[in-house]
Design a protein around this ligand. Sequence first.
Ligand SMILES: NC(=O)c1ccc[n+]([C@@H]2O[C@H](COP(=O)([O-])OP(=O)(O)OC[C@H]3O[C@@H](n4cnc5c(N)ncnc54)[C@H](OP(=O)(O)O)[C@@H]3O)[C@@H](O)[C@H]2O)c1
Length: 347
Amino acid sequence: MNAVVQARPNPALRNVAIVGATGAVGVEILKCLEARNFPVQSLRLLASPAGKTMTFRNQLVTVEALTRDSFRDIDVALFSAGSSTSKEYAPIAVAAGAVVVDNSSAFRMDKDIPLVVPEINPGALDGHPGIIANPNCVAIIAGVPLWPIHRHNRIRRIIAASYQAASGAGAAAMSELRDSTHAYLEGRDYQNKVLPHPYAFNLFSHNAAVDPLTGYNGEELKVMDETRKIFGDPTIAMSITCVRVPVLRAHAIALTIECEQPITPAEARALLIGAEGVKLVDDQANNYFPMPRDASGQGDVLVGRVRKDLSDPSGRSLCMFVAGDQLLKGAALNAVQIAERLLRSRD
Ligand SMILES: NC(=O)c1ccc[n+]([C@@H]2O[C@H](COP(=O)([O-])OP(=O)(O)OC[C@H]3O[C@@H](n4cnc5c(N)ncnc54)[C@H](OP(=O)(O)O)[C@@H]3O)[C@@H](O)[C@H]2O)c1
């Protein structure tokens, strides 16, 4: 049973479905729809086992099992249930008349599917084929503060290292970090079930499979390919090392960029202050810079430690450090912002 949020039909409102509603991203999508007052007529929450309930605008909504019939009368379907579920069910949702915003990697590099960060390439939504892909969380969090610089002075090379939180691997990985930390502090053995290595008081190379040809893992390849697609600039040179760190929520990324023309830290700060979706946190006197704890729960990406790359005497390179809540801007919030833009362009 789906919850009818508004009793009387209203043409300005939409029937919305969340696929993967009970997951780490799905829960945040639900919160974003509520917090941003998304025009919801009715809401259908979908996951694998039925029977759970969730709350939306003070109403209990029963989670339904996902089936081929789940998208009847749905206008907007927000998917966050993994690639195989998206590959199977997103085309079914589109055939039923819904527009799909997909958080998985299933369609991101498909040349006909827009890969969108509203602050960067909203124009890519024009003429979409019914599915819009939400990018990889690291690509979004790095891309939002790099875009105002790139627009002003093209970035031709990016070197990065990520510090990725448990939440990026889903709700079960967050539980594994909590449980293994308790066990470690209490001197108990803990058998990891979700991530491949002990997580408490440890860090390790991202758990995506390593491509034997390049030596980069799947996460690193996604970030590099997707950044080029979102920026619409296939020739940006990029190298990233993705690392899983024992942080519960919000990713951080160390970035070194080389621009086409010389650029000073002051110029970069001026471009970042007031840029959409960005908050400058760059207090050198107090050594206060972006941190995952501060970024958690915020829609903005924090950026700071903006400084010259002393290894490049040409003056074209800068270093900076960013932190962003990847469950929000890296996933749920970005997806809801895309859906909002789609509705605006339809009305
Ligand atoms: N976590 C992030 O920061 C992040 C960022 C960007 C993109 N993403 C992408 O978003 C997706 C979800 O990630 P997550 O972190 O939210 O994972 P998660 O916490 O593991 O949640 C997965 C959700 O998908 C549902 N699900 C799984 N298999 C299903 C199936 N066969 N049919 C119906 N529902 C199914 C689960 O429902 P049950 O609990 O009922 O099984 C749960 O609601 C993934 O594709 C991920 O790559 C995640």
